[in-house]
Design a protein around this ligand. Structure first.
Ligand code: HEM
Length: 206
């Protein structure tokens, strides 16, 4: 249970930072949201997350483009059925391809673009809890991730605190490498190196 939790959150936060660094306007907008709602005289609290809708949208958009498990663990059909015109005999192993689903151009406008705004606009009603089949980063059905609420909250709070407390810049003057391992877990292959600068008064870091 704890292994499922720590890896997945680290992977999500790493990809979120990569995507923000490669899309500077989104990084700026996230920090503006933090400055407007929290200011610079105190740290972020868990109770602030409700108001940080852009931060929430960043985590959703990260999970869409870089799902932790691009292929969900296999299922087995318990009876003969037909799906989208394909006959699936009982006992067939089925694997849901989240990578493809989350980038389907019939569902998502500019599917390869990192655009958190989509979750405040045209996909406002889409959540990640297994009810909307176009976005299933935590899986679906009776084996759905039991750590959704905790995983989401930790990712949102960690990202909000990090961006509130630090200016973050790419270490080298080129786009962050987005190569993923694409194994069971979608890890970033090369290390992410960033430059950090405090954004708040020194006493917050003592
Ligand atoms: C961003 C964070 C997380 C993501 C993206 C994530 C994603 C997933 C996915 C895709 C599955 C497979 C679901 C399926 O087969 O339909 C899963 C299963 C699971 N997750 Fe998570 N997870 C996260 C956080 C957590 C946390 C925080 C915990 C626990 C504290 C956790 C515990 C588990 C467990 C125990 C399973 C296996 C459930 C089963 O097979 O019945 N996960 N997770």
């Amino acid at each position: 249970m704890m292994l499922g939790g720590s890896d997945t959150t680290t992977v999500t936060l790493t990809w979120a930072l990569c995507l923000l660094l490669n899309n500077q306007h989104t990084l700026k907008r996230a920090q503006e949201e933090l400055d407007n709602h929290i200011g610079k005289e105190r740290l972020v609290n868990e109770s602030d997350i409700e108001k940080l809708v852009y931060i929430q949208a960043i985590i959703k958009e990260t999970l869409r483009l870089q799902p932790v498990t691009p292929l969900l663990p296999p299922r087995e059909s318990v009876e003969d059925c037909t799906v989208a015109g394909y006959h699936i005999p009982v006992g067939t192993r089925l694997i849901v391809n989240l990578w493809k689903l989350h980038r389907d151009p019939r569902v998502w406008i500019d599917p390869l673009e990192f655009r958190p705004e989509r979750f405040l606009l045209e996909h406002k009603e889409v959540d990640v809890r297994g009810k909307h089949f176009e976005l299933l980063p935590f899986g679906v059905g009776r084996r759905i991730c039991p750590g959704i609420t905790f995983g989401l909250r930790v990712s949102q709070l960690a990202l909000a605190s990090f961006l509130h407390e630090f200016e973050v810049e790419n270490f080298v003057d080129k786009a962050v490498d987005m190569t993923g391992s694409f194994g069971t877990t979608n890890m970033k292959v090369t290390p992410l190196e960033v430059l950090l600068k405090p954004r708040l008064s020194p006493h917050f870091y003592a």
